[in-house]
Design a protein around this ligand. Structure first.
Ligand code: PMP
Length: 357
């Protein structure tokens, strides 16, 4: 630790991203990428952009992409903010909307970047445990006479559990907390959840965050966005313009635009993933796993007789990567990304061999 470091950096525990292996031929089911690749129209748009105009700066307002996203949801472009992946969007959200006197609230098991941003921006927080079924209990997020949140954030479907909270419960939380911003991180919503975007026009304190990394299979392009009331979006623009006035580069803008325009491809590729998820869930259950109900492109599963860490290691020795979290309560679980049919078959075969069945 250097004496030149600021106190904030000294106290930081950075987020540990899932492994991106250097060796080829691994079956990579550890970071929830989409197995089938992006829309061919997105790839073509990116190729065209390369030869055209990289000499020039991109549009600092990302206007065309924001309009096209807004149109998809029947909203206006001043309700849309875009950034380099939803991680960056979330960084701006924590800085611009969640830093107040009162602590913010989020589940104790959720996307592990949230406490990291709290450390980075010096934001106090309180966690609420998941219930016995590993779900978020909406009643834990209602204010009472003694406590009101400085802000609320949760992932829906939640990560890494994959469990989805019904829209009526999300609305209950948003409606009960008009004094603060409620952020719903919907990174996985296209694989089976109901999006809270439909509530955006009714609740000025609601912000919904989406990504192109999962359902649009563009994790490498780094595009995410937030939808909410124009006043919330303006706050995010103020923060962004104080860091870097270009939210997205030209390749990202071109690829993301073309992806949004290819709605049929998007729907079809999400449906394929959901069908494979359901088959994989049945196969895991047949091997004795308990699988939490998933609305995402991954499943969270544990075996009554085998530790999660040992299973993850045994799979790794068979060149299959899955995610294991060495955290209280969830350490028996594996988080397994839905891959192609062949990859999931290889996973099930490997588990069968490891379990000796
Ligand atoms: N939110 C959740 C719940 C996630 O799991 C992820 C992916 N790690 C993200 C946000 C960030 O995704 P990206 O930055 O690729 O948009």
């Amino acid at each position: 630790m250097s004496r030149y470091w600021s106190p904030i950096v000294k106290g930081l525990t950075p987020y540990a991203p899932g492994e991106q292996p250097r060796i080829a031929n691994l079956i990579k089911l550890n970071t929830n990428e989409h197995p089938f690749g992006p829309s061919p129209r997105a790839l073509e748009a990116i190729r065209e952009e390369t030869s055209e105009s990289l000499r020039l700066y991109p549009d600092p307002t990302a206007d065309a992409l924001r309009r096209s996203l807004a149109a998809r949801f029947g909203l206006s472009h001043d309700q849309v903010f875009v950034g380099n992946g939803s991680d960056e969007v979330l960084a701006h959200v924590f800085m611009g909307l969640l830093r107040h006197e009162a602590p913010i609230w989020f589940p104790d098991i959720t996307y592990s970047f949230y406490p990291v941003y709290c450390g980075l921006y010096d934001i106090a927080y309180e966690t609420r445990p998941l219930n016995d079924a590993f779900a978020i209990d909406p009643r834990d997020y209602l204010p009472d006479d003694d406590s009101r949140a400085g802000g609320i954030i949760f992932a829906n479907p939640n990560a890494p559990t994959g469990i989805f909270m019904p829209l009526a419960d999300v609305e209950r939380i948003v409606a009960a907390n008009p004094h603060c911003v409620v952020v719903v991180d919907e990174a996985y919503v296209d694989f089976g959840g109901e999006s809270a975007v439909t509530l955006a026009d009714r609740y000025p304190n609601l912000l919904v965050v989406h990504t192109f990394s999962k359902s649009r299979s563009l994790a490498g392009l780094r595009v995410g966005y937030a939808i909410g009331h124009p006043e919330l979006i303006e706050a995010l623009h103020r923060v962004k313009d104080s860091f870097n006035s270009y939210p997205l580069d030209r390749l990202a803008l071109a690829g993301a635009m073309a992806s949004v325009e290819d709605e049929a491809f998007f729907r079809d590729s999400c449906e394929r993933v959901v069908a494979i998820r359901e088959a994989m869930t049945q196969d895991l259950k047949a091997l004795g796993f308990e699988v939490l109900p998933s609305g995402a492109n991954f499943v969270f599963a544990r075996h009554p007789d085998h530790e999660g860490a040992a299973l993850a290691q045994a799979l790794r020795e068979r060149a299959i990567l899955v995610r294991h979290f060495a955290k209280p309560r969830i350490h028996p679980f594996l988080r397994i990304t839905v891959g192609t049919e062949e990859q999931c078959r290889a996973l099930i075969d490997a588990l069968r061999a490891i379990l000796g069945r």
